[in-house]
Design a protein around this ligand. Structure first.
Ligand code: ADP
Ligand code: MG
Length: 579
């Protein structure tokens, strides 16, 4: 639990402000996270890391010479939004492009991938390396599905070193990918953590036992075993990692080692474990290079630890041994004065785009879009508690608050755009970006993407015809499915979105008016959302109690149906006025 707090909702932001205040010489606050206090020199790739808050020093504590150039900082245990990643990457990038590297979690992958698309579209070259070191999170043949834990440090160090050697983007990505390929971790949990403001721990471990391979957010592990001595624990962890020696490691006998504390297992215990590991590594014929024993990726006060091995080659050894100077990780000597010129804080804050005024007809359509978004905000405000209750049954209970944050921000951004006489496309794009930026969670990213996609499709040239609206909804549906990878039947908002989109397309192609077609499509979405009660979820963060959701409809599908129904009511008024 948190002893020091003002308000749970602003915990992550206020903590980040304090962190920056404490490390002004090294980092500056930028929208979405932090960047180095100094500009990235021309010709140097910027390494941008990130993830949810609650894992310090991951991620902001690892920004500085020798490691990262910027960190996107999401809410507590929630991925940063696409906009946050884009904004940090813009602030950190020079002319040589950006490497995005982060632990492989569904929400992070979704948002960082969208950020990559957006950065490339802006002309900023961008590559991605996801960290997949946790051997317990997927079998050996499916390494790309594994999660990232303390092995983050190895990959971030390799990327930062390669970037500072002046390598080009492809080569920096190749070094980071090789570091990831050769890094393996295994964790063990003794007890869970309680998020700021929560009454109950997020997850628990039965007393007297340890959960081998349990994830840092309580994701299920591979087995729960009785507590062991340090010697037996060292044997258990190292034998599992040694059994997974990467094929690409060849004959190397050098390994980097990290003993990482997850929160409340402190230094003396970690050293005890390290001491027990040393003879085991010797017996395996391995030479330890620069061991790290401490906290590198944590989970609030979770009791647990992890062991990481990286099988080094010459280049990776050089990277692993290289100097670094960040708020949380310091090694060797870094000449800060030679790094680059300091930046004025304002220089980072100017990424607001100007809004172009559209024709009178298009601006009037923009006003209709604003009305629709206002209607969504109102219905979500009314239903937020109920949506939270539905999400708490099998999820994490944040769907109501997340939707509320998103819908409010979208309506506000739409109002600003519409006041500047923006056309319908721009109003939707601005609303979508604001939604994704403020909502957090999986649904926030997908709603933001859907609105942005509709906006891009509709454009600002004129007031869109009914068929064009249906085509924009189809494009949004396709983007949501391409990005979230959910199919019908997976118990997600896709179960309501698909019948909505199909009904709208079918009826508008029969030349039915938009208001009537929309109302029937919304009715189809509502019954489809209700029918998700009978489904079992298959996607999203693995939750131990998925069967609990049987009999309860999917919160994302329900909120989607509520939203489109509310829009239908204002469209109705629009059509009547036009006729
Ligand atoms: P989080 O799951 O990150 O806590 P929310 O609680 O806001 O986010 O949203 C949960 C909803 O998101 C689910 O009810 C589901 O409808 C939707 N969702 C989750 N994963 C996906 C996905 N891959 N594709 C489409 N919708 C999804
Ligand atoms: Mg949720």
């Amino acid at each position: 639990m948190s002893y020091v707090m003002n308000d749970a909702a602003s915990f992550a932001d206020e903590s980040a402000d304090g962190f920056v205040a404490a490390h002004r010489d090294l980092v500056r606050r930028v929208r979405g996270g932090v960047a180095r206090a100094t500009a990235t020199p021309p010709g140097q790739v910027a390494v941008v890391i990130g993830g949810g808050s609650g894992h310090y020093p991951a991620f902001a504590g690892l920004v500085g010479p020798g490691i990262a150039h910027g960190a996107a900082m999401g809410n507590v245990f929630a991925s940063p939004s696409t906009q946050q990643v884009v904004s940090v990457a813009r602030a950190a990038a020079s002319d040589a492009g950006v490497l995005l590297t982060y632990g492989n979690y569904a929400g992070d992958a979704l948002n960082f991938d969208q950020a990559q698309d957006q950065l490339r579209a802006e002309g900023i070259p961008c590559q991605t390396v996801r960290v997949t070191d946790d051997i317990c999170s997927a079998p050996a043949g499916e390494q790309e599905k594994r999660r990232g834990i303390a092995g983050d440090l190895v990959v971030f160090r390799a990327a930062g070193w390669a970037a500072e050697q002046g390598l080009d983007l492809e080569s920096v990505a190749a070094v980071a990918a090789r570091a990831n390929e050769r890094t393996r971790s295994i964790g063990v949990a003794f007890s869970g953590c309680t998020l700021p403001g929560a009454d109950e721990p997020l997850f628990t471990v039965p007393p007297g036992t340890m959960a081998v391979g349990m994830g840092i957010h309580g994701e299920p592990g591979i087995e729960t075993v009785p507590m062991a001595t340090a010697r037996d624990l060292a044997e258990l962890l190292s034998s599992r990692l040694l059994a997974e020696r990467p094929e690409t490691a060849g004959g190397t006998s050098k390994v980097g080692v990290i003993v990482n504390g997850l929160g409340s297992v402190k230094s003396e215990e970690l050293f005890l474990l390290y001491g027990a590991l040393v003879p085991l590594m010797e017996q395996a014929g391995l030479t330890i290079v620069d061991p790290e024993v401490g906290e590198y990726a944590t989970s609030f006060e979770m009791a647990g630890l992890s062991l990481t091995l990286v099988w080094l080659d010459d280049e990776l050894e050089q990277a692993w041994r290289s100097p670094a100077y960040t708020p949380a990780y310091r090694k060797g000597t870094v000449e800060l004065s030679t790094v680059a010129t300091a930046l004025a804080p304002e220089e980072a804050a100017s990424d607001v785009e100007a809004i172009a005024a559209a024709s009178e007809e298009a601006a009037a359509a923009g006003v209709q879009v604003l009305k629709g978004l206002d209607a969504i905000k109102d219905v979500i405000d009314r239903e937020a508690d109920e949506l939270g209750r539905l999400d708490a049954i099998a999820g994490d209970g944040d769907h109501g608050i997340g939707m509320q944050r998103g819908a409010r921000a979208a309506a506000e951004a739409a109002a600003a755009a519409s006041a500047a006489n923006a056309g319908p496309g721009t109003v939707l794009v601005q609303a979508g970006d604001a939604w994704a930026d403020k909502a957090g969670g999986t649904s926030g990213a997908l709603w933001g993407l859907a609105l942005r996609t509709m906006g891009q499709q509709i454009g600002d040239a004129e007031a869109p015809a009914a068929g064009a609206v249906a085509a924009a909804v189809s494009a949004a549906r396709e983007a949501v499915q391409r990005t979230g990878k959910a199919e019908i039947g997976d118990k997600t908002l896709v179960d309501a979105l698909v019948p909505f989109s199909e009904t709208l397309a079918a009826l508008t192609s029969e030349r039915r008016g938009l208001a009537q077609a929309w109302a029937e499509a919304a009715a189809a979405a509502t019954s489809a959302a209700r029918a998700t009660a009978d489904l079992l979820p298959r996607l999203g963060r693995a939750r131990p109690h998925m069967e609990k959701s049987l009999g309860t409809p999917d919160p994302g599908a329900v909120s989607f149906a509520l939203a489109v129904t509310a829009v239908g009511a204002v469209l109705d008024a629009y059509d009547l006025k036009e006729n």
